[in-house]
Design a protein around this ligand. Structure first.
Ligand SMILES: *Cc1c(COP(=O)(O)O)cnc(C)c1O
Length: 453
């Protein structure tokens, strides 16, 4: 078909794509989407129906053109799509905040609606600084973060990303100098729910973390990390015990613990929030990505009553206002769709906590990915295969040949976007067992074809 070729040609050199040169363009145009599937056309005009193994980067959990989300969006468009949030409020924002507080880990009581994940991280960091200032500790201006982390692309978020991979060098000195703990040891969770990791390595890490935190406590406002699973920093899983240690360190040294659940939130790791694997509660939490079921850009920062109260005291130099307020804050359309998405995850009112639909869905993903990726372990060129909840990762021994693996997977009915040495999937929660099998065998065959000897 001529139009797809035409679209790809017009795109190249006109539009930037994520982390790519201007003229890189794209290899496929999306012409339709429904359920877990995308319809793609390539430059030759050939059509490919593929299962979206990426769920549009963690977000499209209920699938494309979900009837409930479509209906929520239509209803809100017919009411009003947007209105400023300064001095005004509306039902979608209030209902969303109430639902988030109800679902979130204990203690999180207050909500700031942001327009993207990165912005929610900016707001979380600002709040931590304003909190320390209000508590009479204005000299605490830095953050403790983990190596290998990813928290977004804006400047403060970027400054707490991994200092080597995280663009610090390109933007020094505008990206602030933060303090980084070494990456914790790797962990695996068996399907039975046991955690496997090297105890001695964890002990060494803990000793070092406690020492570094104690040494620099006087300058540190908070600790920020992605709980349990570092996403864009390498799809790396670490033991829940690490989160308990960070919680203890934060308490001991009067730092705030900020958990970035933007990728892990809403069930993806097998708990509604990854922090729940460790049984800890953050002072501040960020969510985004799957919040609107992938329909619109929206994120939220939640904090405890204690954090909000310190700010509210007005003792800080900036007074009691949290200093952020984007134009599209609390966008009603995004909030209305987010409410519908949370309803789908949690089930109808009165659903018992253990019976929420997302639990059976993510359990199905975990089982499906564990079995469909099992054969991949034995392939030459594969270093490790790991599955956690609805996330499946094939780590190769060498950097992925991205274009070749993508093409080979598309030909077998799967859309993936590998990076570094990682071919990974986090499919929509609605994927059937059949679709998971297709996804697994497409990935296995693509890796074997491109990277097998
Ligand atoms: C994607 C992501 C972000 C950034 O969110 P955007 O909506 O892309 O700004 C921040 N933190 C984590 C853990 C993420 O995965």
């Amino acid at each position: 078909m001529k139009t797809a070729t035409d679209l790809l040609t017009r795109d190249a050199g006109l539009l930037w794509h994520p982390y790519a040169p201007l003229d890189a363009g794209a290899h496929y145009a999306v012409t339709a989407a429904g359920g877990a599937e995308l319809t793609l056309r390539d430059a030759q005009g050939a059509e490919h129906r593929v299962i979206d193994g990426m769920a549009s980067w963690w977000s499209m959990v209920h699938g494309y053109r979900n009837p409930a989300l479509d209906a929520a969006a239509h209803a809100q468009i017919d009411a009003f799509s947007h209105v400023m949030f300064g001095g005004l409020t509306h039902q979608p924002a209030i209902e969303l905040a109430e639902r988030l507080v109800e679902l979130a880990p204990e203690g999180l009581r207050h909500v700031f609606l942001a327009d993207s994940g990165s912005i929610s991280v900016e707001v979380a960091l600002k709040l931590a600084l304003q909190y320390q200032d209000a508590c009479g500790r204005p000299e605490r201006r830095r953050f403790l973060a983990l190596r290998g982390g990813y928290h977004g692309d804006t400047f403060a978020a970027m400054s707490v990303c991994d200092p080597v991979d995280g663009m610090h060098a390109a933007f020094a000195p505008l990206a602030r100098e933060q303090l980084f703990l070494p990456r914790p040891p790797a962990a695996e969770r068996t399907i039975a729910g046991d955690w496997i990791y090297d105890e001695d390595e964890l002990q060494l890490w803990e000793t070092r973390a406690r020492r570094m935190a104690a040494q620099h406590a006087g300058t540190l406002a908070g600790i920020i990390c992605e709980p349990l699973l570092q996403g864009a920093g390498g799809m790396f899983i670490y033991p829940p015990r690490v989160l308990q240690v960070l919680r203890e360190i934060a308490d001991e040294h009067r730092m705030l613990l900020i958990l970035d659940e933007i990728a892990t939130g809403f069930g993806r790791t097998g708990k509604l929030f990854a922090a729940q694997h460790a049984g800890i509660e953050p002072d501040i939490m960020c969510v985004g990505k799957a919040l609107t079921g992938g329909y619109l850009s929206l994120a939220a920062m939640l904090c405890t009553a204690a954090v909000a109260a310190a700010l509210d005291s007005g003792a800080g130099t900036a007074g009691s206002a949290l200093l952020h307020g984007p134009t599209f804050m609390g966008n009603p359309l995004a909030c209305a769709v987010a409410c519908a998405s949370l309803d789908l995850l949690a089930g109808p009112a009165g659903t018992a906590p253990g019976q929420a639909p997302w639990q059976a869905q993510v359990a199905r993903l975990e089982r499906g990915l564990s079995s469909s990726l099992a054969g991949t372990r034995a392939l030459p060129g594969v270093r490790q295969v790991r599955v956690l909840g609805g996330v499946g990762v094939i780590q190769l021994q060498a950097p992925v040949q991205v274009a070749a693996v993508t093409r080979a997977a598309v030909q077998r009915g799967a859309w993936v976007r590998p990076f570094r040495d990682l071919v990974y999937v986090m499919p929509p929660y609605i994927c059937t067992e059949d679709q998971l099998r297709t996804l697994g065998s497409a990935l296995t065959a693509a890796v074997a074809e491109v990277h097998g000897e």
